[in-house]
Write a protein that binds this ligand. Sequence first.
Ligand SMILES: Nc1ncnc2c1ncn2[C@@H]1O[C@H](COP(=O)(O)OP(=O)(O)OP(=O)(O)O)[C@@H](O)[C@H]1O
Ligand SMILES: [Mg+2]
Length: 443
Amino acid sequence: MSTILVVDDDKATRDGVARTLKSDYTVLTAADADEAMAVLNVNAIDLVLTDLRMPGRDGISLLRDIITAHANIPVILLSAYGSIESAVEAMKDGAYDFLTKPINLDHLELVVHRALKQRHLESQNATLRTQLVGQTALGRMLGTSDAMQRIRDRIRQAAPTPATVLIQGPSGTGKELVARAIHALSPRANAPFVAVHCAALAPSLLESELFGHTKGAFTGANENRKGRFELAHGGTLFLDEISEIDLATQVKLLRVLETRTIEPVGSSEPVPIDIRLLAATNRNLAEWVREGKFREDLYFRLNVVDVNLPPLKERGEDLPLLCDAFVREFNPLLGRSILGFESDVLEAFKHYTWPGNVRELRNTVERMMVLAKGDRLTLADIPENILNEHVTIGTPINPISEKDEATRIRVVLNTSKNKTEAARKLGIPLRTLYRRLKTYGIQ
Ligand SMILES: Nc1ncnc2c1ncn2[C@@H]1O[C@H](COP(=O)(O)OP(=O)(O)OP(=O)(O)O)[C@@H](O)[C@H]1O
Ligand SMILES: [Mg+2]
């Protein structure tokens, strides 16, 4: 049952309105604006009916407070004859409607019913919107490999809970993407997502960046400044590169997580915080704990749920999908209409180690698209370093298939001045190269 708050300094009006609405709604009453705000702060109110003229703060001032603190509660004003102008004015401030006194009780019921119905629809839409945005964020994490499917499942499971998540994986594997997807699928999706790149800040700055500082706390602190914890209030705080936090700050962070309060630098006044914490690292944090570089107790607090992203090299089957997606992403941005890749390009990609993982792949595709002459990306468009590594790393380690070798030879030929240079890059005598060209029928 919906709950309605009736605010009027005149007891007879309050009681009259309450009596009319009582059969269909829970009704609470207040005699002035301050009392109304007090009631609003501790009750889940669905709608407010307030008198316009009251001793102390008037209905418009109350309306503004409600809009600031409880944006989606509809407010209906009750105005005596003669103050209609102010009531109309209040509509511009965001009032849902106004009724003139003496109140027509049938009309009152109708307007209240309509406002509540609209509010219900709006909140339903907001929920749907959140689900949609969440699905979209998850949809941006491409990959059909088992690893990626497991990661998406883990995100779906963990997102709705308040659990801290530790996201681990080498550089460029999508840790930030995971963090954003978790936030987008969580009940905090409409509140802020605040990211802190811990490695980018000197230890002395990191503490005030996280917890804020008071005016005069240190040289240069010219005014009070809120930290990221406070800025993320109600939302999600993402601590990226968490391994880079020095031991002293680790102790403070642990205390914050235990007490759920922060103390800005220069203040001993604890400030309560309400955040969901996500952390990421491209180090093996368990190893750092063993080596004494990271506090074990903090590690356990962070690692309630873990998401481990494998290097791109270990999920080569995701390459075609990713490449395709990046081409489609960059075509409009670069004003190009690249259709796709020659198949031996993907072959060459599969042999490369991708130390920069998905980020490197994305940058590589973009660069190839900028420089490409035709409307398909070919071996000739692949940056030299990828080809070279593809050769030197691939050759000695794995016994290679004929198909792989043929591709490799074609790739190297394409980027060499002549066959002598190609043979040198391949690490085989020129004579052998000629023989292979014949075997594989390469021109
Ligand atoms: N599975 C994926 N599908 C599509 N794009 C991805 C995927 N993983 C990563 N990316 C893209 O790769 C780039 C790097 O991802 P992200 O910034 O999340 O990596 P990271 O792990 O945080 O890297 P770093 O450790 O360097 O901070 C981004 O452009 C991101 O959109
Ligand atoms: Mg990152």
